[in-house]
Every structure is written in structure tokens, then in C-alpha cells.
Design a protein around this ligand. Structure first.
Ligand SMILES: Nc1ncnc2c1ncn2[C@@H]1O[C@H](COP(=O)(O)OP(=O)(O)OP(=O)(O)O)[C@@H](O)[C@H]1O
Ligand SMILES: [Mg+2]
Length: 199
């Protein structure tokens, strides 16, 4: 996005990204989970965060519902609101990544164009992880009862029911969380992250 302001100048960065990586003994970047509601984004982000934290990694997670209480409290679920939601998340993730952290994001982020913007905004590595559990699996799980509400017409613009989900075309990793259980998914993620963020 081109800034509205013209009289602005970037602050000097005294500490280079590489110095931060050396200090942390790992690279920084974004692990961007995408998938339908109920595909397991929050579950896996939270488990992975705990695992990395226990190994002394600098890790932070950003969750869709959490951000809608604060930074994104003014946004709903229309396509333009979702685009702005993901733009903000992409920028925040980039800031944390620039500080040296491994950032885990758990957002449906249904539109390809929005995810691409988040990728372009990211300082450090960006890894799109597609949780490909299919719609029927997610409807059966319905951990928050939202699919039932959407099917009764009580929620509009609900991804998979009354709003689209554009699956990633070339994600860095796909996990079929309809077939894999949490433990197996986590093991694959653990191995992936160890490789992707090693110096
Ligand atoms: N392999 C798996 N990975 C993640 N979750 C799984 C897996 N298998 C089963 N589950 C279950 O599926 C549900 C996923 O719910 P979760 O809240 O994590 O989804 P979400 O993608 O964050 O949804 P939302 O977009 O609504 O926030 C949980 O109840 C979890 O225990
Ligand atoms: Mg969630």
C-alpha cells in the first residue's frame, strides 16, 4: 500500500536482522496457517507455539479471533473487511518477524490476493501452510458451532457456506488435518520449522 503521508522517513535500523538471528540462534519469519474454520489453525498454532517456546525459540502467535477484539475490532467479514484484516495481520507479522521472532498466524485468510500481500509484506521467511481438511470434515467438527449457525442463516458471509475459500495454489506445506491427527500434524510441523528456521 502506498502511504498517504509524504513527509515520512524510515528510522535507522542499528541492529541488523542477521544480528538478531545470530543472537536467537535461529532465523525469523512467518508461518502462515490458512484453511477453513475448524481446519485446526488455532489448535496447531497454539501447540506449535508451546513446543517452540519450550525450546527457547523466540515465538509469537497471532490468532484471528484475538485480533478482532482489538486491532481489527472495527472490521467485519465482507470481502473488503477481510482484505483489511489480513493486510493488518501481514504488517504486524512482518514487524514481529523483523524483531527476530518466528510468527505463527492463524487466520482463515480465504482470498489468494490477500495472502500474497501478506507474503510480500513479510521481512524474513514466509511459509504458507495449508490445512486442507475438507468442508464436510469441518462441518462435522464445528468446534464453535458456527457452521450450524451459518447453515441456519444466522451468520452471513461464512467461509465455505456463504463466502468462498480460495485454496492455495503452491503452499510451502499442505497438511490434510482431516486425515492426520493433531499429534501427527505437529510432528510434521516440528520437522518443517526446525529445517526452515535453522541458520
Ligand atoms: N490434525 C488436526 N489438526 C488440528 N486440529 C484438529 C486435527 N484433528 C482434529 N482437530 C480438531 O479440530 C478442531 C479445530 O479447531 P480450531 O479452532 O483449531 O480451528 P480453526 O482453524 O482455528 O478455526 P477458526 O477459523 O474458526 O478459528 C479442534 O477441535 C481440534 O481438536
Ligand atoms: Mg481459530
Amino acid at each position: 500500500m502506498i502511504p498517504k503521508s509524504t513527509n515520512i522517513r524510515r528510522a535507522r535500523q542499528e541492529i541488523s536482522l542477521h544480528k538478531r538471528w545470530e543472537k536467537n540462534s535461529h532465523a525469523s519469519g512467518v508461518i502462515w496457517f490458512t484453511g477453513l474454520s475448524g481446519s485446526g489453525k488455532s489448535t496447531l498454532a497454539s501447540e506449535l507455539e508451546q513446543l517452540l517456546f519450550d525450546r527457547n525459540k523466540q515465538v509469537v502467535s497471532l490468532d484471528g479471533d484475538d485480533l478482532r477484539y482489538g486491532l481489527c475490532a472495527d472490521l467485519g467479514f465482507l470481502p473488503e473487511d477481510r482484505a483489511e484484516n489480513i493486510r493488518r495481520v501481514g504488517e504486524v507479522a512482518s514487524l514481529f518477524s523483523a524483531s527476530g521472532a518466528i510468527v505463527l498466524t492463524a487466520f482463515i485468510s480465504p482470498y489468494r490476493a490477500d495472502r500474497l500481500k501478506a507474503r510480500k509484506a513479510a521481512v524474513g521467511n514466509f511459509h504458507e501452510i495449508y490445512l486442507s481438511a475438507d468442508l464436510n470434515t469441518c462441518i462435522d467438527r464445528d468446534p464453535k458451532g458456527l457452521y450450524a449457525k451459518a447453515q441456519r442463516g444466522e451468520i452471513s458471509h461464512f467461509t465455505g457456506i456463504s463466502a468462498p475459500y480460495e485454496a492455495p495454489e503452491s503452499p510451502e506445506l499442505t497438511l490434510d488435518t482431516g486425515l492426520l491427527d493433531v499429534k501427527k500434524s505437529l510432528k510434521i510441523l516440528d520437522e518443517y520449522v526446525e529445517k526452515a528456521f535453522s541458520l
